[in-house]
Write a protein that binds this ligand. Structure first.
Ligand code: ADP
Ligand code: ADP
Length: 218
C-alpha cells in the first residue's frame, strides 16, 4: 500500500529536520514544496522568478501554480509507493486538490503529523537556522550546530541563512500560517488521520515519537 504522509506545522516547527529520518524509515521520497521553489529560483526558471516575489515577503505562492508543481512531482515514478509531503498542502484548496489527485491514483493521505510549536520558539529557531544550499540539510547555531562552524557536515558546502528567515518576514509567515494553514488541522482531524506531536521536545525525542506513531499506523 502507498504511504502518503503530510508534515504540517508552522515555519520553524522542524518539518525539514524530521523529514530525512521519516523518508528513510518508510522508504518514500521527501517532497518539500519550499525546496522545489528554491531549486527553481536558483535555476532562474519562470516558476522560480514568480515564486520569489511571494517567498521574499512571506506570502504563499498562488494555489494553482503550487498545486500543478506538486502534482507533477507526485507523478514521478519514485512516488508510486507514496511520499512524505513537507510544506504542502498549506491551504484548504491545496488539501482538496491533493485528495482529488490521490483518489485518482487509488490512494489517500494516510497520516498527517502536526508538529506543534509556539510562536516565540519559532522566531528563535528561524533566526538561528543555517542550511546547506547543496544538499538542503538544516542546522541551528545553538540546537543543532554543524561540526565545523557554518560548513555542512554532509558535503562541506558553506551554509547560508535564508533571506526569508529575517524577523520581519518570519512574523508575516507565522501570520499566514495562522490564517491559511492552521484550518487544515481541523480538516484532517475530521478525516481521522491527524496526529499531534509536541515539537518543542529535542530533535531526537520528536523523531522517536514520529517514528513510533508511523510504525503504529502502517
Ligand atoms: P518553512 O519550512 O520555513 O515553513 P518552506 O521552505 O516550506 O518554509 O517555504 C518557504 C516559502 O515557500 C513559503 O513562505 C511560501 O512563500 C513558499 N511555499 C512553500 N510551500 C508552499 C505552498 N504549499 N503553498 C504556497 N507557498 C508555498
Ligand atoms: P521547518 O522545516 O518546519 O521550517 P526546520 O526543520 O528547518 O523547520 O527547523 C527550523 C530550525 O529549528 C532549524 O535551525 C533546526 O535546526 C531547528 N530545530 C528543528 N527542530 C528542533 C528541535 N526539536 N529543537 C530545537 N531546534 C530545532
Amino acid at each position: 500500500m502507498a504511504h502518503f504522509i503530510v508534515l504540517l506545522g508552522p515555519p520553524g516547527a522542524g518539518k525539514g529536520t524530521q523529514a530525512k529520518a521519516i523518508s528513510e524509515a518508510l522508504q518514500i521520497p521527501h517532497v518539500s514544496s519550499g525546496d522545489i521553489f528554491r531549486e527553481h529560483l536558483s535555476k532562474q526558471t519562470e516558476l522560480g522568478k514568480l515564486a520569489d516575489g511571494y517567498i521574499k515577503c512571506g506570502q504563499l505562492v498562488p494555489d494553482d501554480v503550487t498545486i500543478r508543481m506538486i502534482g507533477d512531482r507526485l507523478k514521478q515514478p519514485d512516488c508510486v509507493n507514496g511520499a512524505l509531503l513537507d510544506g504542502f498542502p498549506r491551504t484548504l484548496p491545496q488539501a482538496e486538490a491533493l485528495d482529488d489527485f490521490l483518489a485518482k491514483m487509488g490512494a489517500s493521505v494516510n497520516t498527517v503529523i502536526s508538529l506543534e510549536v509556539p510562536a516565540e520558539v519559532l522566531v528563535e529557531r528561524l533566526s538561528g537556522r543555517w542550511s546547506c544550499p547543496t544538499c538542503g540539510r538544516v542546522y541551528h547555531e545553538k540546537y543543532n550546530p554543524p561540526q565545523q562552524a557554518r560548513i555542512c557536515d554532509n558535503d562541506g558546502t558553506p551554509l547560508i541563512q535564508r533571506p526569508d528567515d529575517q524577523a520581519e518576514t518570519v512574523r508575516q509567515r507565522i501570520e499566514v500560517y495562522r490564517s491559511q494553514t492552521e484550518p487544515l488541522i481541523e480538516y484532517y482531524r475530521q478525516k481521522g488521520v491527524l496526529v499531534r506531536v509536541d515539537g518543542t521536545q529535542s530533535i531526537e525525542a520528536v523523531k522517536q515519537e514520529i517514528l513510533t506513531v508511523l510504525a503504529g499506523v502502517q
